[in-house]
Structures are given as C-alpha cells and as structure tokens.
Design a protein. Sequence first.
Length: 407
Amino acid sequence: MAEERPLTRVTCTAPVNIAVIKYWGKRDEELVLPINSSLSVTLHQDQLKTTTTVAISRDFKEDRLWLNGKEDDIGHPRLQSCLREIRRLARKRRSAGNGSSTNDNAPPLSLAYKVHIASENNFPTAAGLASSAAGYACLVYTLAKLYDVDGELSEVARQGSGSACRSMFGGFVQWIMGEQADGKDSIAQQVAPETHWPELRVLILVVSAEKKPVGSTAGMQTAVKTSPLLKHRAEVVVPERMAQMIEHIQKRNFEAFGELTMKDSSQFHATCLDTFPPIFYLNDTSKQVIALVHRFNAHYGKTKVAYTFDAGPNAVLFTLEDTVEELVEVVKRSFPPKNNGDQFLKGLPVKGATLPEEVLSAVVTDPVPGAIRYLLLTKAGPGPMLVEDANCHLLGADGLPQSSSSS
Ligand code: DP6
C-alpha cells in the first residue's frame, strides 16, 4: 500500500558529450528534431557528470526543482515535455500489463504523485561546458528508473535538449536525424563503446571568457532562417561526413578522425558567420588554440591533435595517450597560468614532459599568459548510471535538498 512507502528516491548520473559532427538547426522546435544527424564522444563521468535525485511522495504538494542547490522554475516547457513523456510511457507500460517494479515487489508508484527533482554538476556550470546535455539525459534516465520505464529514452531526452539524446549512451554515439514528423525515428544510437578506443584522450581548455555567448537554441534558429551555408551543410555535407566519421572511429584512424573533427567544427562556425546578423562563438584565444594545433601537427607532419568548439570559446582537443604529456606542456607554455599554477591541470593525471628545443621553437611561438583558466584531461566514458549508494541522494528523507552538498 502507498502508506508503507511515504517517499521513494532514485539517484543517477549522466555524462557530458562533445560532438565531432555538429548538430546545428532544428526542423521542429517543439519536438526538437534536427536538420542533420550528428555524432559525439561521451566524456568520462569521473571528470564531468550531472547527478540527479528524483523523490516521489503522495505528500508532495507540487513538482519542484533544485539546480546546484538552488530552487529553480520547474515550469520550463522542455522540462515539462520530459516529465510528461516519461509519465506517458509509464502509463502505457502499465496499461499493457508489464509494469512490475524492478526495484522490489512494491506496487507501481502513482502517476498522480508529485516529484521533487534535485540536480547538480561536478563541474562549474559557468565554465560553459555543455551542461544541458548531461542535465536532461540525467533527468530522463532517473525518471525512467523511478517509474520503471525502458525503451526509447533518447527520444525523450532529445525533447529536453537536442544534444542530450547522445548523452544517453557511452562511447561514440550518433543521433540519427530521422524523417518522421512525430520524431519517433530521431534517436541516438551507440556506434562503438568507450572501450573501443582506449588510447583516445580529450583535453578541455577552459578559456577566460568575459561575456556569455548567444545560446544554442536562439543561435540555431537564426541560422536556419538566414544561412544558405547551413542548408547546404545539412543537405549535402553532413550525410557524407557521418558515414566517413563512423568509418574512422571503427578503424581507430586518428589522423582521419582528427582532420574531419576540425573541419566539421570550422564549418559549424562558418555557418555562424553566415548567419545574419552573424554570430561569433570563437574568440581570440580560440583562434590562438587553432593556430597552435596546426603548428603542432605541421611540426610532426601529421594530425596528432585535433580541436573542436561548440557554442562558446572553450576548446576541446583530441589526441592519443602517447601525445598527452607533450601536448599539455605545449599548452602550458603557450598559455602560462597567471596564478593558479598548481590547479591549472585537472582531471586525469599527467606526468610532466621536457619539450625538445625544436618543438618549443616551432610550436610555442607567442605565449599569451592568463588566456586559459584551466585544463581538464579526460577520455571517453560510459552512459548514464544508477547510483546504488543511498548516501548519495541529493534529497533527504524529507524530500528537500541535503544541506551538505557534495560539490
Ligand atoms: C554546438 O543541444 O544545446 O553543441 O537542442 O536547442 O537545446 P538545443 O541545443 P543544444 O545544441 C548543441 C549544439 C552544439 C553542437 C552539438 O552538440 O552537436
């Protein structure tokens, strides 16, 4: 009976992803249907993750939401879409007669009960690292566990934020654009698991940006309306590139993977410049990083490092394990930290490297002190996960945020 379970809590975590073939532009704003397919690498949750607890109780008066410990508006239409869709799937599953709970033998939770949701990131939201993808993926995954729903969850996460559908899987993930008007075929699929390419490393350069750029949702709306390059990209360029990128990943061909990643990032930013009025996401530091990567690759006569940039100035670099130490040293020398020297490099540990003189003179040409706030080294990682440890709930037994936040 419901009285025996006054409060049920479920906590899950979900990853951030970085696209190597970019999603930019919707054909349906409400359902979040894209004008082209896209492909991303899911980043490891040891470095970047969102944690979400959902609590449900018949005593709750209303649905409520806390983001990073602060109460927020639960009425956001995208969030409401996710809640509605998961509750619809739960209803459907129950009416089909297979709604037994996986948690225990308890009766299914009432769909009429209200929920409390708390979500936090293990990285600063202000750093401009795509937090909406991890956030919505985590919300949908946690709600699905709570209501004991499975099936096509990427379709629900997509309605929170397009890129969130790709965070529903680990490793290398494609979001197939689909054709149907109802979006049922616009789903994410794993191309290869995170174990497929263990040498691949991801170095995030968080730049010291002064102003917040135009948001993705608004930016892509104007781009769809005004950029002929974006139309050409979606219709002609991306379909070819998706097939190529999948092959490069399957073959673990770093040079081809890296080159295509850089080209696709630049074409996305070219569509931003082709938007009217134009949008600039790259700043001077971003451009200095691009030049640095090309000098590094030119020095070695092959693509050993690749960059990609989303809707902001931060750079995400891909490389292989054997190049990490040297790359980190080159980046440190090129963007010497102003004050937080010892906290400049976060994430996976890196041994210090001594740079050969010829690398220094060829690659580290004109250092810009303070332009980069910090570096974060990570790798590909798994998809969303259930947290079994009851001590990790972000909401207490009273359904309110635990006072000691772990961030
Ligand atoms: C540049 O998924 O944030 O990061 O669907 O409007 O929420 P909405 O946009 P969002 O856009 C991400 C754009 C991108 C490229 C990518 O991740 O593919």
